[in-house]
Design a protein around this ligand. Structure first.
Ligand SMILES: *Cc1c(COP(=O)(O)O)cnc(C)c1O
Length: 405
C-alpha cells in the first residue's frame, strides 16, 4: 500500500483581499507614505488604524508600530520598567519575548508552566513573592490563555504591572473579555504568520493615558504626537515628552492599510481557523499515542495552530516521528529539541540571559509537545489528511518501538 502524501506548504497564507490591495495602491499614488505626512486636517491611514483597532479591542488607546516584538519593548518602557528591574514571564514563549525584555533592560524571572501549557499559578505566586518583581510579561503562547482571574489576583496582590503578549490571541476572549484587556498594556503582531498579515506590524493597546503618551513618543513621534488616532491630552504629552526617548519604530501608511483593511475579516477567519482546529483536534485524539488537552469552556481561542502531546513514545524518539511525518509532507515542530530550529526555541536557548534555573515542569511538558501551523490555505480535507498521517505514523512508531522492546 502506498502511503498518502500531503503536498501543501505549511507557510502559505491567503492572498490579501483585492479591496485592501486597492487601498494600498491608492495610498502609494498619493506619495504620502509616512504617517505624519498629512494634508491639513487629514487623518493618516496609521491614525485611522489606531482609531479602528482601539474600537475593535475596546481599549481607550491604540498605538501602531513596526512589529510585535518592538511593541513589547515599547510597552515595557512605557509602564516604567528600568534597566535592572526584574520581570516575571512564563517560560513557554518564543524568542522575541525575552529579546524585547532584554532590549528594555529587564531581568527575567521565568515561571513554570502546567500540563496544559498555562502559567503555573503556584510557581507564579512563589516567584512573585521571592523575586519582588513589579512587572510581568504574560505570553498567551500559541493562544493558550491561563486562568486570568488567578493571574490578575496575583498581580494585584504583589503590585505587579501586567503586560499581555497577544501575538497569538488577537481576536480571542477569556470569560467574555478580549485577550489584551486584563493587564496594563497589551501587544499584538501583524507579522505574516499571525492573525492579520501586513508582513510586519505591531499594535499596543492600553486604557492608561500616560502609558499611551509614552508609547507614542517612544515609537518616534518627534513633536507630532498629537497626530494619532487615539491621542492622549496635550497636557499629558507636555509632562512626559522630554523624558521619553524617541526609539523610531513607526508604522507606515501602507502597512497600516493592510492591517486596517483585514480587520473586518478577522471574525470570519477566526471561525474558519476554529473549524479546522476542531477537525484536527478530534482526528489527533483518534490515536492513543496523541493527546490534545481540552480547552477551557470559557476560553474563546483562535485555532491558528494546534499543539498536541505525544504519549507512550519516549521523547528521544519524537524526532523520528517528526521526520516520518515530514517525509509525508506534514511539518511538525517539536518544542523538546535541545537545538533551536526555525521559529522554535526554548528558554534554555537564550544564553544572553545568563544561567537560568531549571524549570523541570516546563522541560517535561515541552519534551512531549508538538506544534502544527494551521494556515487558512488548508481546507477541511487537508486537515483530515494531516491528522491521518500523524496518527498512522505515531501508531506505527509506537508499535515498532514496543516490538523492539
Ligand atoms: C511573533 C511573536 C511575537 C512578536 O511578533 P513580531 O511581530 O514577529 O515581532 C511576540 N510573541 C510571540 C509569542 C510571537 O509568536
Amino acid at each position: 500500500m502506498t502511503k498518502a502524501l500531503f503536498t501543501k506548504p505549511f507557510t502559505q497564507q491567503e492572498a490579501v483581499p483585492d479591496e485592501v490591495i486597492d487601498r494600498v495602491v491608492e495610498i502609494l499614488k498619493t506619495g504620502r507614505l509616512h504617517r505624519y505626512n498629512t494634508l491639513s486636517d487629514e487623518l493618516s491611514e496609521a491614525s485611522l488604524l489606531e482609531r479602528d483597532y482601539a474600537e475593535y479591542q475596546g481599549s481607550k488607546y491604540c498605538i501602531a508600530c513596526t512589529s510585535g516584538g518592538y511593541a513589547l519593548t515599547v510597552a515595557l518602557r512605557s509602564i516604567g520598567l528600568k534597566p535592572g528591574d526584574k520581570i516575571l514571564a512564563n517560560a513557554y514563549t518564543l524568542a522575541p519575548v525575552p529579546g524585547a525584555i532584554y532590549a528594555a533592560g529587564g531581568v527575567l524571572v521565568f515561571v513554570d508552566i502546567d500540563d496544559d501549557w498555562h502559567t503555573d499559578m503556584v510557581d507564579l505566586e512563589k516567584k512573585a513573592a521571592e523575586s519582588d518583581a513589579k512587572f510581568m510579561m504574560l505570553s498567551h503562547m500559541r493562544g493558550h490563555i491561563a486562568d486570568m482571574d488567578a493571574i490578575v489576583a496575583i498581580c494585584s496582590k504583589y503590585d505587579i504591572s501586567l503586560v499581555e503578549d497577544c501575538a497569538h490571541t488577537m481576536g480571542a476572549h477569556w470569560k467574555g473579555a478580549r485577550s489584551g484587556n486584563f493587564g496594563k498594556v497589551a501587544c499584538f503582531s501583524a507579522q505574516t504568520y499571525k492573525h492579520i498579515n501586513s508582513g510586519e506590524g505591531g499594535l499596543i493597546t492600553t486604557d492608561d493615558e500616560e502609558v499611551a503618551a509614552r508609547a507614542i513618543v517612544h515609537t518616534g513621534s518627534y513633536m507630532l504626537y498629537q497626530r494619532h488616532g487615539t491621542p492622549p491630552s496635550e497636557e499629558m504629552f507636555r509632562r512626559i515628552r522630554l523624558d521619553t526617548p524617541n526609539m523610531s519604530g513607526r508604522i507606515d501608511n501602507m502597512r497600516a492599510a493592510l492591517i486596517r483593511g483585514q480587520l473586518s475579516g478577522l471574525e470570519n477567519n477566526i471561525q474558519r481557523w476554529n473549524s479546522r482546529y476542531r477537525t484536527l483536534e478530534q482526528g489527533l485524539m483518534g490515536s492513543k499515542h496523541l493527546h490534545v488537552p481540552e480547552r477551557a469552556q470559557h476560553e474563546a481561542f483562535v485555532g491558528s495552530s494546534i499543539q498536541f502531546q505525544v504519549r507512550n513514545i519516549e521523547s528521544r524518539n519524537i524526532p523520528e516521528l517528526v521526520s516520518r511525518c515530514a517525509a509525508r509532507g506534514v511539518e511538525i515542530k517539536w518544542f523538546g529539541d535541545d537545538e533551536p530550529k526555525a521559529f522554535t526555541s526554548r528558554y534554555d536557548s537564550w544564553q544572553y540571559l545568563g544561567e537560568q534555573p531549571v524549570l523541570a515542569k516546563t522541560m517535561e511538558v515541552l519534551s512531549k509537545t508538538c506544534d502544527l501551523r494551521v494556515p487558512l490555505t488548508f481546507d477541511e480535507a487537508d486537515c483530515s489528511l494531516i491528522f491521518q498521517i500523524i496518527c498512522e505514523e505515531a501508531d506505527l512508531l509506537a508499535d515498532e518501538l514496543r516490538d523492539a522492546g
